[in-house]
Design a protein around this ligand. Structure first.
Ligand code: COA
Length: 335
C-alpha cells in the first residue's frame, strides 16, 4: 500500500515581536483582555520587507534541508494562504521563483484556517495515486498589513500574526516502513452558509468597480468577524472531525498520542481538548507566541512540537482545523 508521509518540516516567522503591551499603544485594549480571551502573549509582524512568499520560501528551504533534498527534487508545490502577495497570480508562483524551481505545478489553496488540511488532502491523494513522489506543502500568512491596527479592528487585530510553515511529503510503502506509517486519512468539510461570518468583503469582483474609496473608508478591505459564532462552531466542528478521523481508522480518542489543533484561540483549543477528554501532555499549543497564523499555524506548531521532542516515532498524530468559510477538517498520521 502506497501512502504519503511528512518527511520533514520547516518554519519562518518575522523577527519583529509585537507584544500585547505594544498593541495597547495602537488600540483600546489590554494585555489582560487579550490573554483572557485568546491566550496570546505576543505575535510576529513583518517590517515591510517580507511578503508571504518570502516567509514561505524560508520555511520551505528549512524543510527541504531537513529532508536532505534540493528544491528541484520536488515534483509539485502547494501553497495555502488567505493573504496572498497579490490578487493574482497566486502566491505559489512567487514562492516557486524564490526557491529557484522551474516548471513544476504550483497550486494555490484558499481555504483560510483549514488551508493546510485542504492542501494536505490534495498532496496525499496525488502521492497515493502515484502522480507525484514528493510534494512541498507550505502555509504562509502576512496578516499584519491587512489588519485594522487601530480601535476599529481591535477584535481581530489582537488575534492574528504573521508566519509560515512548510512540510515535504513523500511516498512511503509497506516494504520500507511498518504497515500503517504515514498519512492515514484526511477529512475536509465546508459550509458556505456562514461565509460572511469571517471575511474580507472588498475588493470584490462581484462589485463594479471592484474596489472604491468608500470601501476603504468603510473598512471593507479589513477582516470582519462574528467572533462568538466562530467560537461556537469551532468547538463543535473540530471534535466532530477528530471523531470522524478516528472512526475511519478504527481508533478511539485514547489512541491519540498528540493532537495539534489549528491555533485559532487558546480557549478554542482548550474547549476542544476538554470535549475530547485529552490530557494536557497530548495536546500541543503555541498560539501564546505567534497568535493565529491561519494556514501556517498547523505546520509551525508541528515543527515546534517535533523540535521540543514531543512527537515520537510510531505516535498517532491528529490534526484538526476550523476557520472562515466555514471550513474544517482533520487528519490522522502515524508518525
Ligand atoms: N480589547 C478589549 N476589549 C475588546 C477587544 C479588545 N481587543 N475586542 C473586543 N472588545 C470588547 C467588545 O467591544 C465587547 O465590549 P462590550 O461588552 O462593551 O460590547 C467585549 O470586549 C466583549 O466582546 P465579545 O466579542 O463579546 O467577546 P468574546 O468573549 O466573544 O471574545 C473573541 C471575543 C474574538 C476573543 C472570541 O469571540 C473568539 O475567540 N472568537 C473566535 C475567534 C477566532 O478564533 N477566530 C479565528 C477563527 S479561525
Amino acid at each position: 500500500m502506497r501512502r504519503s508521509h511528512i518527511l520533514s518540516t520547516g518554519f519562518r516567522v518575522p523577527d519583529r515581536v509585537v507584544t500585547n503591551e505594544e498593541l495597547t499603544t495602537l488600540m483600546d485594549t489590554t494585555d489582560e483582555w487579550i490573554q483572557q480571551r485568546s491566550g496570546i502573549l505576543e505575535r510576529r509582524w513583518v517590517d515591510g520587507s517580507e511578503a508571504g512568499s518570502d516567509l514561505g520560501a524560508a520555511a520551505a528551504e528549512m524543510a527541504l534541508e531537513r529532508a536532505g533534498l534540493r528544491a528541484r527534487d520536488v515534483d509539485c508545490l502547494i501553497v495555502a494562504t488567505l493573504s496572498p502577495d497579490h490578487f493574482f497570480p497566486g502566491t505559489g508562483v512567487f514562492l516557486q521563483r524564490k526557491l529557484g524551481i522551474k516548471d513544476i505545478p504550483c497550486l494555490d489553496v484558499r481555504n483560510q484556517c483549514s488551508g493546510f488540511l485542504y492542501g494536505l488532502s490534495v498532496a496525499d491523494a496525488w502521492i497515493r495515486v502515484g502522480q507525484y513522489e514528493r510534494v512541498l506543502l507550505v502555509g504562509t500568512e502576512v496578516h499584519s498589513t491587512g489588519l485594522h491596527r487601530n480601535d476599529a479592528g481591535r477584535d481581530t487585530a489582537v488575534l492574528f500574526g504573521d508566519g509560515a510553515g512548510a512540510v515535504v511529503l513523500g511516498a512511503v510503502t509497506e516494504e520500507r516502513h511498518t504497515r500503517d506509517r504515514g498519512v492515514l486519512s484526511v477529512h475536509i468539510h465546508a459550509d458556505g452558509a456562514h461565509a460572511e461570518k469571517l471575511w474580507v468583503e472588498a475588493p470584490s469582483s462581484a462589485s463594479d468597480p471592484f474596489i472604491s474609496h468608500e470601501d476603504i473608508d468603510e473598512g471593507l478591505t479589513r477582516p470582519a468577524m462574528q467572533g462568538r459564532d466562530v467560537f461556537k462552531h469551532a468547538i463543535v466542528r473540530m471534535p466532530e472531525a477528530v471523531h470522524e478521523a478516528l472512526a475511519a481508522n478504527d481508533y478511539s480518542v485514547d489512541d491519540i498520542d498528540m493532537l495539534i489543533p489549528h491555533q485559532a484561540n487558546l480557549r478554542i483549543s482548550q474547549a476542544v481538548q476538554k470535549i475530547l477528554g485529552l490530557p494536557d501532555d497530548r495536546v500541543y499549543n503555541n498560539i501564546q507566541r505567534y497568535g493565529n497564523t491561519t494556514a501556517a499555524s498547523i505546520p509551525i506548531a508541528l515543527h515546534e512540537c517535533i523540535e521540543e521532542g514531543r512527537l515520537h516515532d510510531g505516535d498517532l498524530l491528529c490534526l484538526t482545523a476550523f476557520g472562515s468559510g466555514f471550513t474544517w477538517g482533520s487528519a490522522l498520521i502515524r508518525w
